[in-house]
Design a protein around this ligand. Sequence first.
Ligand code: ASP
Ligand code: MG
Length: 387
Amino acid sequence: MSCVVQKFGGTSVATLERINHVAEIVAKNKQNKNIVAVVSAMAGVTNKFIEYAHSLNGYEGNPEYDFIISSGEMVTAGLLSVALNNMGIKARSYAGWQVPINTSSNYGSADIESIGIQNIISDLNNGIVPIICGFQGIDKKNRITTLGRGGSDLTAVAIADAIKAEICDIYSDVDGVYTVDPNLYFKAKRLDKVYYNEMLEMAALGAKVLQEQSVAYALKKQIKIRVASSFVENGGTIISNEIPTRKFCGIAITHNLVQLKVFYNNESLDIDSLLRKHFIRIDIIKVVPYKISFFLDRKKLNIVKEILLKIDNVINIKQEMIHRHCSRLSLIGFDLKQKDFEYVLSLMSSNNIEIFCCSKGKYGINLVLLTEFLFKAIDILHRNCGL
Ligand code: ASP
Ligand code: MG
């Protein structure tokens, strides 16, 4: 029988009523498929635990911090198991270490190194639904680790890879990936299919549907993901390696921008690649010998400074304020060419939208413009770029 991993995010398991509803979804899907469930903590719980830890000076990097903040997932896994048992479906809960999900010792944002699948397989063979705590693992020092915020997505994708599941369903309160945040633009459309690299771009730019690391993992291991809602039933969005027939897929907006100029003394220092390893995406990059300037989401400023200051070859970092009335619009699409870039720029100029800075990558075009023109730009792009 084919096997599917189904992950339920915090809002999908926020109350006992929601957990019972999730149990119904699992029960229904179990009729013709083997199901492995992965769960997040109930909405708000992890934030609460982080607050507790911080108020006693427990921070990321300390294994006790991981121990504290990983505990919300245990409650959900146990409750879902009980709810399924109540419906006459055999289920059992697993903490990360019981699976086991083996990780590095990078507390607070550990990497998955390997997954033991014997327990899961034997449960499936016995008609039992394994319910796995997302977000947590165990390191070689026998300490509990966590995989970074939103890490249950990564757990689900990694389990799907380990057991060769046919698809990894990620359930949340949104019913898929949209061309733009529907709260910004009511004509936003739900996408049926998104290519891995496009989704990676969106996740990096702050689309909250999927954790960025999980998309990178799915791309690397070619795991098909379906983003769906546990609240309404419809097809959702499939993220896969299927080459899209359309050019553009969506728009991401960043309101709070900073520009950093970094001066260094080693020509071969590649700051872009280095930051990408930390899942930090920079753009509108200008490099001249011994200096790079780039744009960055202000939320990432402190972490980027922290990373850069640890590099011996970095001499100085200068921060430039971006006009507070400016935003960055990133138009995401597949295999974007110079002519696509030029087309987008011509659309902006023919509609009298001034672009202050811009850049093009293979999967994204970035434009910095006055925030007051954002809505107009989003509308023009929807009407002219097949969104
Ligand atoms: N509960 C964790 C968090 O809030 C992990 C997750 O929900 O994916 O970040
Ligand atoms: Mg999430």
